[in-house]
Design a protein around this ligand. Sequence first.
Ligand code: HEC
Length: 141
Amino acid sequence: MNTRHIDIIVLALLVLFLSTGCGKNDAFIAKTVDNSKQQHAEIENRITPFSVVNIAGTTAVAVVSLPGEAKYMACSACHGTNGEGGMGPALAGQTIEYIVGRLNQYKNGEKVGGQSNLMWGQAAGLSDQDIQDLAEYTATL
Ligand code: HEC
């Protein structure tokens, strides 16, 4: 073995050593790095969305909507999103019994006020269940 061969072997060992990343792939060092900043950040990132989901889930359970809420969409144009009234009288603050009574009157084509004709068409297609659901919803407004 001449000096030139030894040079090549030393160079090869140097290349091998450098290509391992100077201990970068060492299991112990890698573990130490993960347990510090990087892993803490990853754990936080995983916990945060879960806690948000839990809060949102709890809120969703608390605000389960009444079936009348969707049906009331057809009424809100005239009676207001919050039943405050508009083209039609305010419904907020009325009892379930009152609303059920009025809707049945309109459904039967009875004249209540000067603009009952506007309600006849609205009430004609409502079932007893629709009327009950709507009244239960407007009573919460
Ligand atoms: C086109 C507008 C319009 C729409 C849509 C409408 N209403 Fe009316 N509503 C009126 C008007 C106007 C009156 C007053 C009628 C009268 O003079 O008797 C009224 C009266 C009422 C009354 C009686 C209020 C009171 O003070 O005695 C109730 C209850 C009612 N509406 C419920 C509903 C519901 C429930 C819906 C949806 C299914 C609805 N209305 C859709 C215009 C509307």
